[in-house]
Design a protein around this ligand. Structure first.
Ligand SMILES: *Cc1c(COP(=O)(O)O)cnc(C)c1O
Length: 371
């Protein structure tokens, strides 16, 4: 089966379609290589590195058209660490979640497990559908995922009408940020990690925070709640203002993310990136709708993600296709493990060429016909 050789003429130029870690532009790696002797292996408390942290923070602010008063906060540990940071440093007492997949569920668990917080409200939807937030008295943090990477469901970033005065909205934009449109005035914390649309490596979390969210972090800190030092949001805010991180960051990750943001900003910023991801989405969903054996897993087109596509297969073994693709250097099209479906998952981040996504669909057809 893995003997099937896909002709080079139909193969994508770059075979990386993983939803995270995802494709890193070779141009970024070349730029990193060019500064390897002056940047890598140098102190993160000195100008050389601090300039790159500053470039990363500026790049994010420009790319997301950050409103006046919002701040970019950067620290170590990736989005998984940010969930703990938010549990300790942003939820005052009661949170409400819209949870419709594995990633959303992990934040719910962090809050549920915290002995100092009340039991959260959770609006749950099964895989392939979306759940939504609803105004509820006493809720001080609302949390949703912009793009649920485990299922390929995306929802708009919107404030909760009727929410209590001062309630915060936290948006997990780890995979949606950079592929999907957003108006940051509609949320208080838009947080992400660099290994998805930002085409860098993992290990950092980045949050674009509103003045209300920053104030909340200081308020909770003042309350005397025990907060582990590594997860202290106030420390992260203060360190970010100095263009550094509390502890040593992955310097290559910082550089590659800053490089990628400069590239995306020079191409036309978020509107350009959103359009490019939408082109890739049109290529893959259009193909699936025409196909005799493939269909988009997310049946409602309104919540079908333009950041990560999930495609169900019937009568053809998707795992076998993914295996043959991998043997032909087309990698990471396997679905999210726990979803347990006969499907392929394809990242549509702006780093990925829409023409490569179209080429991928031709390769899937080529393999399916020969299995
Ligand atoms: C990848 C992902 C995460 C986890 O990010 P880490 O940096 O690996 O912790 C969280 N949420 C979403 C939506 C993701 O896609």
């Amino acid at each position: 089966m893995t003997d099937i050789r896909i002709p080079d003429t139909i193969k994508p130029v770059d075979g990386r379609f993983g939803s995270g870690p995802s494709k890193v532009r070779p141009e970024g790696v070349e730029s990193l290589s060019a500064v390897s002797r002056t940047f890598l292996g140098t102190s993160h408390r000195q100008r050389t590195v601090k300039d790159q942290v500053a470039r990363l923070r500026r790049g994010l602010a420009e790319f997301f058209s950050m409103p006046e008063g919002y701040e970019v906060v950067v620290a170590n540990g990736g989005t998984s660490a940010f969930w703990e940071v938010a549990t300790f440093g942003l939820v005052r007492d009661r949170a409400q979640f819209a949870e419709f997949g594995e990633f959303g569920a992990k934040f719910v668990k962090a809050v549920r497990d915290a002995p100092f917080l009340a039991e959260p409200t959770v609006h749950h939807a099964p895989g392939g559908q979306a759940a939504f937030l609803e105004a509820e008295a006493g809720i001080d943090v609302y949390a949703s995922v912009q793009n649920e990477t485990s299922t390929g469901v995306a929802v708009p970033v919107r404030r909760v009408p009727g929410a209590d005065q001062g309630a915060l909205l936290l948006t997990d934009a780890t995979s949606g940020g950079g592929s999907l449109d957003v108006d940051l005035r509609e949320t208080d914390v838009y947080y992400l990690a660099p290994q998805k649309a930002l085409g860098s490596d993992g290990g950092l979390w980045m949050a674009l925070m509103s003045p209300a969210a920053i104030e909340r972090a200081f308020e909770i800190k003042r309350s005397g709640r025990y907060i582990p030092q590594f997860l202290d949001l106030v420390t992260a805010i203060e360190q970010s203002r100095l263009e550094q991180t509390y502890n040593t960051p992955a310097l290559a990750t910082v550089f590659l993310a800053a490089e990628q943001l400069d590239w995306m900003n020079s191409q036309g910023g978020l509107p350009w990136a959103v359009k490019r991801s939408a082109e890739s989405a049109a290529a893959v969903y259009g193909w699936a709708e025409r196909s005799a054996y493939a269909t988009p897993f997310v049946t409602d087109p309104a919540i079908r993600s333009a950041a990560v596509a999930t495609i169900d297969f019937e009568g053809v073994d998707a795992a076998a296709i993914a295996k043959v693709l991998r043997a032909n250097d087309i990698v990471d099209t396997e679905p999210y493990r726990k979803l347990g479906r006969n499907q392929l998952r394809v990242a549509l981040y702006p780093t990925i060429e829409p023409s490569d996504v179209a080429a991928l669909t031709a390769c899937v057809d080529y393999v399916a016909e020969r299995l």
